[in-house]
Write a protein that binds this ligand. Sequence first.
Ligand code: NAD
Length: 503
Amino acid sequence: MANYTTVKELTHFIGGEQVPGTSGRFSDVYNPASGEVIGRVPLASVAEVQNAIQKAKEAFPAWRDLSVSKRADIVLKFRNLLSANTEKVVELICTESGKTREDALGEITRGLESVDLAIGVPHLMKGEYSVNVGGGINAYSAKYPLGVVAAIAPFNFPIMVPLAQTSMAVAVGNAVILKASERVPMTALYISELWKQAGLPDGIWSVVNGDKDAVNELLQNPAVEAISFVGSTPVARYIYETSAKHGKRVVALGGGKNNMVVMPDADLEQVVNAFISAGYGAASQRCMAISTLMTVGSETAERLIPILKEKISALKVGHFQDGADFGPVISLQAKQSILNSIEKGEAEGAKLVIDGRNEEITNNSKGFFLAPTLFDHVKPGMEIYEQEIFGPVRNVVRVETLEEAIHLINQHELGNGVTIFTNDGLAARKFTTEIDVGMVGVNVPIPIPVGYHNFAGFKDSRFGDGQMFGPDQVRFYTKSKMISERWIAPSENNNLSFAFPSN
Ligand code: NAD
């Protein structure tokens, strides 16, 4: 039980200032590495969300009308402040999410790519122009911001995902409301102060903390034009359906169950290192984590398993200050649900190669630590094959041919990322052509695109027609007008005509 006299009470950030919660509802924020409550985050009421929307609505016209280069200048200042305060951001991420320092630094670097792209907004806002399309008419397209837009973020990237969801939205001239994850609200509140220092007008950036009550108001309020969501698949589906029902533009990214396919000719040393880092990094709490090593050919798994066993057993799980390979999972509930998955996998007949439940850190730490687990002989239909496990439990699935690998992966309902390890260019070409997954790698551990390319999965890993990161953000957060313009002298022919206009 937390001692609420010493635990920090957090706020919202609305209208350019930190605002205490008034709903009377709070959620505990933990340091997952110590298991201690470190803060209480207010859960916004409908009225508090409406207040943030109203402030955003009022601030929007002046921000839209500011020249695009002045907006870009504020984004650049924000970028520089973020860089200058990297250490503070690392500390916040590590404290509230349990990530290692190295991992937090990586996340910040990837998040900055989205800000960098947004600094180039003057170029990205340019439209198209055609001279004299007929009858002295010039035709051009022009992009305009939407108005008030909202982003709803997951816990596992406290800064990278919010930056990817919001940087371009701000730069193109919208007023943005971020509903941060109630499990990691401190990083989002901190960057609000940096936006303010950068000169962003009050009301253009708000953080509303909360749970589904706050989210539902954002989805239903007519003043909110677009919703960007990143989180688990069931919630992503709900967000998509509810936002669409209320006439909003929406993109909702969901979970992943990502395979690393290993051909018999692959360099096994490379495969082992890639699988372990992409599979277990961040305690496997990444939507692009590799969940499954899919070995092709009867010998491949036999050769890999002993090396994997040795290397995975030597991984160091612990606190970010102790040079750990990865840290805890986000909560006690998450830990329990991952332990349940291990039991389920055993009961369904998968073979445990490494059992993380036996380890001291899993059993005797106050933090939410789990040592790594590896299953072999995992098969379709087993829960551990079908469901995303957001914790360090990974699978080996054995198949005989590349065709079988492609078939299995294409049958799965999630399609976020996938990668193949091979030295055979033809196999790689067949794989990249036929695989039904949004982000595909060849001999790379995690095929996450850099921030200036678009990012999105297929199937139930994404709902709605939009992508994250990358230039698609400009399309998603603007509306395009097509303008046909003619200036004619009074003497020029302008007869009445009932024919459909043609040139
Ligand atoms: P989550 O779905 O539990 O929560 C995401 C957000 O939705 C949070 O802000 C939360 O407050 C809100 N939310 C939760 N339940 C809700 C409900 N019933 N109604 C309305 N809002 C609700 O996800 P999480 O546990 O924070 O994040 C982990 C998940 O996110 C994993 O499944 C992971 O794969 C996925 N993820 C996907 C991507 C991607 O790019 N595809 C990136 C990061 C994380």
